[in-house]
Write a protein that binds this ligand. Structure first.
Ligand code: AMP
Length: 446
């Protein structure tokens, strides 16, 4: 008689997944999740023009802010896990609402999402927990701002307190400019999000993004990533939601990472626990490695976009099981999560004029099929009446490539970009310049 000595692995049912959101981030999450054989259906609410190109995926074109319709739609679908992608529904408490309707959710409640939705709240949180960050002042009047700006011993960064799609941060060159932008924000440039303004000490150093998957008590780190926020090459021009990224970031040594865990990540989670905030979701730490050590620039309560698109192709097929564990509060914290030792690079193709005014509705032509180490994730796209894929946002596509080194990954991404076209396509040619050996500013690398 054969005796099977292998322990029987009992998997919990994890078949039907919902992802809330309509960007490249959500498509890349869906793409990483569908690889797991357990998964049968992924519903993207509302998804975009590229969502249904991903295996097992369906777009449900409904307004997730319509809570009764959302619950009515989800009830018959036998959903095992809901992942909330964007910051706005998190900040508005969609996670709390879905949990109170007995859904398992990956994404913090309104309380945890405040780490991102109020920069001044996050700063006080950091101060309370002794977490290293730049000096700051919270202001709400022009007179107050003027006296701080003209007496501060260092240059200041100006930030709208609330959510502003990554566009509410300004790094002025002079005190006059600092006052001008502060006035504009207080007078309503960002509506309610700018009622309070944060004046922050300008700090310097390389930036990195760290993502921790959290289950309320424990955490698991994703590979580090670095994005490019500015619209123009040489990291100049206006701040955007992100024009490209690469992962992992070679600038971080293991000892630096353990300092970051001890001084920043663990105190953040301890402070959340102390405040009875059950944070189940991803916690993003935007850090600057200054001469006096790593400092937090900002927290996000969700996966960064385009860092998510960059990291997802590196994930193991058990990625969705880990998100499920976070939602249930039973993460071990030592799960292995990587499927490859390759590096990943992402370049965003945007609409001309982004992050300010831009036009949408232009057909996109693709002359390249995705292959093993190339993903073309749709960000701002939709499908018109003729069934054509058209532009529908500032950031349109995320071209992501993996290779043994960054030069090869970005060469491939830029080669693919030459085969894609839409009216007004714009992309930076220098994404990943920090890690591309064969890149030097001023060269035409496109
Ligand atoms: P945030 O949206 O807070 O991540 O800010 C956007 C970008 O502005 C960051 O990625 C930094 O490049 C820059 N930034 C934000 N805060 C500071 C600061 N205190 N000092 C210097 N640069 C900053």
């Amino acid at each position: 008689m054969d005796i099977n000595l292998k322990p029987k692995v009992v998997y919990e049912k994890l078949e039907n997944i919902v992802i809330i959101g309509n960007g490249g981030r959500e498509n890349s999450l869906a793409w990483a999740i569908q690889k797991n054989k357990q998964i049968k259906n992924i519903f993207l609410i509302p998804g975009n023009g590229g969502s249904e190109k991903i295996k097992k995926c369906q777009s449900l074109n409904l307004d997730f802010e319509n809570k009764s319709l959302l619950i009515k739609t989800l009830a018959p679908l036998d959903i095992d896990l809901i992942i909330i992608g964007p910051e706005i529904p998190l900040a508005k408490g969609l996670g709390d609402f879905l949990r109170s309707n007995n859904f398992l959710v990956f994404g913090p409640g309104k309380d945890g999402a405040k780490l991102e939705s109020s920069k001044s709240w996050a700063k006080s949180f950091m101060k309370e927990a002794n977490i290293p960050t730049a000096e700051f002042w919270k202001v709400s009047s022009i007179e107050e701002s003027e006296s701080i700006i003209y007496s501060a011993p260092f240059p200041l960064v100006v930030k709208a307190d609330g959510l502003a799609s990554g566009k509410g941060v300004f790094i002025p060159e002079t005190k006059e400019e600092t006052l001008k932008i502060t006035k504009e924000i207080i007078k309503g440039k960002f509506g309610e999000s700018g009622k309070i303004v944060l004046l922050e000490e300008k700090i310097e150093g390389p930036e990195i993004s760290i993502f921790a998957l959290c289950d309320g008590k424990k955490y698991l780190l994703l590979p580090s990533a670095q994005d490019h926020k500015r619209i123009e090459e040489n990291d100049k021009g206006l701040n955007t939601g992100g024009m490209g990224a690469y992962s992992p970031t070679p600038i971080l040594s293991n000892s630096e990472l353990s300092i970051i865990c001890k001084d920043i990540i663990e105190p953040t989670i301890d402070e959340l626990i102390k405040r009875n905030i059950d944070y189940k979701g991803v916690l993003y730490f935007g850090l600057m490695i200054t001469k006096s050590g790593p400092k937090v620039i900002e927290y996000n309560s969700r996966f960064g976009d385009p860092e998510c698109q960059t990291i997802m192709p590196l994930m193991d097929i058990n990625f969705v099981n880990i998100l499920h564990k976070c939602a249930k509060g039973n993460l071990k914290g030592d799960e292995s999560i990587l499927s490859t030792s390759k590096v990943s690079g992402c370049v965003i193709a945007a609409s001309k004029g982004y992050p300010e005014n831009y036009e949408v509705g232009y057909p996109i032509t693709f002359n390249n099929e995705e292959f093993k180490d190339l993903q073309i994730f749709h960000s701002g796209t939709s499908i018109n009446e003729k069934g054509e894929i058209i532009t529908n946002g500032g950031r349109v596509l995320s071209i992501v490539c993996q290779a043994d080194d960054f030069d090869s990954a970005f060469n491939m991404a830029y080669k693919v970009l030459k085969t894609i076209d839409f009216s007004g396509i714009y992309y930076r040619k220098d994404i990943g310049h920090q890690v591309r050996k064969n890149y030097s500013f001023g060269e035409n690398n496109g």
